[in-house]
Ligand binder design. Structure first.
Ligand code: MLT
Length: 394
């Protein structure tokens, strides 16, 4: 008989965004006359930048002709896309060797796979509240999770304590879901801790394009010592609207050595075994998104999402609701009213206001009693949601 992975029994029954989607669909089926406004999953709503569309069309035409046709892609990414990623770092004064860049379909895929570099015995510190896949992918691999709770008191930016015992740590800054962002000095504390402990940081930089505060680093590699201890994951999903297009990259520095082995070399071995590369079309799209013009065009979309954040924060301010975020990130993190728990508020807000958000407890136990709104909806939906929130909290 086949033995299945018994670690799956340690997972919550369903994945957070799957469960919220199911509840919203059930509600709609039961109330066809009601229109739900979705501020739940952080999914973009504005079209891709024109330069990206142009690059996609051009790449499709290349695939139509014998002389420019491409078959399998290199497993680690095309040279032009790795160069584009390295050039993106160079704009911030960070040196990344293209050989340290591994092109992927997005952070989700690499989060699932990166654990393959590490032994099952490693204890995994997750700064929570956090994107649920950090913990879930490690639970599936049999690792023990050490939650590091973010709280209102520490501004949802916990720092390593001398007692912390872990070999891997997951950090996301600006943070999903709270929107809190580590300053350079704060993030340096994590880098120093990891180097002292010979631990490895998995740094999720998916929301870096939303940073407005000059003291918040866009990449962990802006900090001394980070190349010796950190793997960084970057996605075009939020920065360039690629949630449905897919593209990202993971950086594994050559200086990252543990137990005498190069993690960059191990990741080459992993990717060349486990993937067949990323579509040529998407890599051309990604290259275009990372040109000066691509970044400029995408920034116009980010400006729309930032305006959405302003609309929602104005509504919450008016209602006297306590919240974090909305500054360096496209999320608002608010206290549930009247001591409600996160799921009770999810249901009540959906039923009474027809607004769907994400229950904070889905991002870790310390998220109980909190709730997240995404600012990625269209301006029209966001404006209507803001009105409904004002009526709900009145
Ligand atoms: C979120 O809503 O937290 C994200 O959009 C989910 C994701 O990036 O997969």
């Amino acid at each position: 008989m086949t033995h299945i992975n018994s670690d799956y029994s340690k997972l919550t029954e369903s994945y957070l965004f799957y469960e919220t989607k199911l509840r919203a669909e059930r509600f709609e089926a039961a109330h066809p006359e009601r229109r739900l406004l979705r501020l739940g999953i952080g999914d973009v709503t504005l079209p891709l930048a024109p330069v990206v569309i142009e690059a996609l069309h051009k790449a499709v035409d290349e695939q139509a002709r014998q002389e420019s046709f491409h078959g399998y892609m290199p497993e680690l990414g095309m040279g032009f896309m790795k160069q584009a990623a390295a050039a993106n770092y160079a704009r911030r004064g960070v040196t990344v060797d293209p050989e340290e860049v591994f092109v992927c379909y997005g952070i989700g895929d690499d989060l699932g796979a990166i654990g393959g570099l590490f032994a099952r015995e490693n204890r995994v510190a997750v700064v929570e509240p956090a994107y649920p896949a950090y913990a879930d992918t490690n639970i599936m691999s049999g690792r023990t999770i050490v939650p590091i709770p973010g709280t209102e008191e520490n501004g949802f930016l916990p720092l390593p304590s001398p007692e912390l015992e872990a070999e891997l740590v997951y950090l996301c800054s600006p943070n999903n879901p709270t929107g809190a962002a580590y300053s350079k000095a704060q993030l340096q504390r994590w880098v120093d801790w990891a180097n002292e402990q010979q631990a490895v940081i998995i740094f999720d930089a998916a929301y870096e394009a939303f940073i407005t505060d000059p003291d918040v680093p866009h990449s962990i590699y802006e900090l001394p010592g980070a190349r010796e201890c950190a793997i960084e994951m970057f996605s075009l999903s939020k920065s360039a609207g690629f949630t449905g297009t897919r593209l990202g990259y993971t950086v594994v520095p050559k200086a990252l050595i543990r137990e005498g082995r190069s993690l960059q070399q191990m990741w080459v071995r992993n990717r060349s075994t486990c993937t067949n590369g990323v579509s040529y079309l998407l890599q051309r799209a990604g290259e275009a998104a990372l040109t000066e013009e691509g970044l400029r065009q995408s920034r116009a979309n980010l400006g729309v999402y930032q305006k959405n954040a302003e609309l929602l924060t104005a509504a919450l301010d008016r209602c006297g609701v306590r919240y974090f975020g909305g500054q360096n990130a496209p999320y608002l993190w608010l206290r549930c009213p009247e001591g409600m728990d996160s799921w009770a508020f999810f249901d009540d807000l959906m039923e009474r206001a027809g607004v769907v958000g994400t229950p904070g407890v889905g991002f870790g136990a310390c998220g109980e009693g909190w709730f997240r709104f995404s600012c990625f909806s269209t301006p029209a939906v966001t404006a209507e949601a803001a009105e409904r929130l004002i009526a709900y909290f009145a």
